[in-house]
Structures are given as C-alpha cells and as structure tokens.
Unconditional design. Structure first.
Length: 331
C-alpha cells in the first residue's frame, strides 16, 4: 500500500474531535480490504475506535495513534517534498506509516496489530475505553510527531483553575469594593515567580497562563476572576500542587481539573532520542503493553495553518517502525 496516497485520503476526511465516524469507517474498510480482522470498538454515540489484528494470532505488538484532529478542517495538498493539511502529521500520516509497517511485518509472520482511537486531542476517551479491553500485547508503539526520534519520556500535564472572589462597587469608589481581578493578578504574579521542578534527564517543568476571565464592566469593581493554567510535568505532581496552593493562599482558590502523568518510555538502541514536551494517549493505554513513542513529522507544525509531513520522513518511518518492532520481538 502507498502511505502517501493513504495520508492524503485520510486528511481529506474531516475528523475533528467528536466527528471521527467517517474517518473510522474509511479505516475499517481499508484494513478489511487488506485482510485484517477488523473490529469497531464503540466509544460514545456514533464514535468508535478501530482495532485490527491478524486472524487467530494475538498481537504481541500493537501500533496505535489517534484519528481525531484539532479544528479547523484543512483539506490536503502536496508538493514535491511535503503533504499538507489538518492531521498530516498529527496523526494521519502516522496512521498510514503504521499500516504500511504492519503490512511488511505481517509478511514475515510477526504478531502485530493496530489500534486507532478517537478523542486524543480532547480527553483521550477512546484510549480510556480501549484500556478496558486489552488484547494481551507486550508492547505498544504509539505514534506522535517526534521527527522519527524515539522518546525517552513524555512530559505530563496538570491543569489548574485559579479563582478569586471580591465585592462589587462603583469604580469611582474603589474603597467600597474588593477587586477579584487585582487578587488574581497578585496570585498569578506569585505563581510566575515560583521555581518549577527540573528533571536532569528531560528538562524543566513549564507553566502557561492560557485563559484569564472575569469582571463585569470597566466601571464596576470585579467580584469574580479566574485563570486557567497548564503545567507541563517532569515528575510526580504532589509537591508542585502543594506549592501552588500555598502561593495562592489568601488571594484565590485552586482547583486541579486534569492530570496526565509524566511517563518514562522504552527506547531501542541505535535510534536517535528526544523528549516529548507534549502529552499522549500512552498513560490511558497502560494495559496495552510497555510503551514506545515514535513517529514522523514535527510537533512544531502540528495544529498550525501549514501543518505538513515530509514525504521522505513518512517513508522512513515505515522502515523505523519495522526495525523497532523486530527489536522488541527479540526482547
């Protein structure tokens, strides 16, 4: 099969998170035509994961990535070097490379399978559902854009909502009120001044203030303000959580609304390595085997207007996936 053709076919099917049914159906048909035993794994409403195995051969290695993309839908195009469009590298090109690799490995009798899931860009719901039905695999090769380098680790994520409360008053008489916005700004200043954890192997933790909201009008002292923060984790979160609460005490309340843990990952000798500063479905697929993270494309162009994947890197990924799988099967 031609991974370049399949990449463009998949990119041309809109599959933003929550709308993956059509691309899932296309993959189901493609894999069925190639002769795999293919199942639709229901997730929610019309959404489903796609599981493909070799009949009567439980997989020792499962290749996996996600079918969904972030908005907006951008159809495919190409030039001599790259394929462009939403999902080109994150992660429809990876799907194509994994299928092509499995085709080669299957010819050698390798016990491989594939799992393509929904919802990675939003809440990893597809991976969480899949984790309830593992297939007994020893290894999970997860695909994300790592520029064909194997990740030694992926940073985790901790989302925090910081909320401040005040008292409304006419802005001409600020002494009669209590500004929640000023409290929030003071709290954020303390958080920005914190020394964040550093892992010598993978680098520092980082913090992003992604959203700030609050207030009623320019002439009203704000009675409410909130900020949404995202920390990238390089280790356990307990101490960091405690420090965040301590720094905001007396100014704001903190609610931790999501955590994806930091993960150390398996590597294979002879392949260049990197650290994934982004999160993946791997923590939600803990029952699918020891994880490896590897894929073509650059995370730096994912989610952008000119998202693309190098054709050369796409084809090289097929070779790399086969190499990694064969090494793991010897383990």
């Amino acid at each position: 099969m031609d991974p370049i053709r399949l990449t463009r076919t998949l990119v041309d099917i809109e599959s933003t998170s929550g709308k993956e049914a059509e691309v899932g159906a296309a993959l189901y048909d493609e894999l069925s035509e190639l002769g795999y035993c293919v199942h639709k794994m229901p997730v929610a409403h019309e959404r489903f994961n796609v599981l493909a195995t070799i009949e009567d051969q439980p997989p020792e290695i499962v290749f996996s990535t996600h079918m969904d993309t972030v908005p907006p839908f951008i159809p495919s195009s190409e030039d001599g070097d790259n394929i462009y469009g939403r999902g080109a590298c994150d992660a429809k090109g990876i799907i194509a490379a994994q299928i092509a690799a499995c085709e080669r490995l299957r010819q050698d009798g390798a016990p491989v399978g594939m799992l393509f899931v929904v919802g990675e860009e939003r809440d990893s719901l597809g991976a969480k559902v899949a984790n309830e039905s593992p297939q007994g695999s020893r290894f999970l090769i997860n695909g994300e854009p790592t520029e064909n380098k194997i990740a030694i680790a992926s940073k985790g994520a901790l989302r925090a909502e910081v909320s401040a409360h005040g008292r409304m008053a006419h802005s001409a008489y600020p002494a009669l009120g209590e500004s929640a916005i000023e409290k929030l700004l003071d709290a954020l200043a303390r958080l920005r001044g914190m020394t964040l954890p550093n892992n010598p192997e993978v680098g520092p933790s980082t913090m992003n203030i992604g959203v700030i909201e609050g207030g009623r009008a320019p002439n009203v002292i704000a009675d409410f303000a909130r900020a949404h923060l995202l920390y990238r984790l390089v280790g356990p979160s307990e101490t960091l959580r405690q420090q965040i609460v301590e720094q905001t005490a007396g100014l704001a309340d903190v609610e931790f609304v999501l955590e994806i843990p930091f993960m150390k990952l398996r590597t294979v000798p002879g392949i260049a390595t990197m650290v994934a500063a982004f999160t993946t479905d791997i923590p939600a697929l803990s029952r699918w085997g020891q994880p490896v993270l590897l894929g073509p494309g650059s995370i730096h162009v994912a989610h952008t207007e000119r998202e693309c994947i190098s054709k050369r890197q796409l084809l090289e990924a097929v070779d790399l996936y086969c190499l990694v799988a064969r090494q793991l099967l010897k383990a």
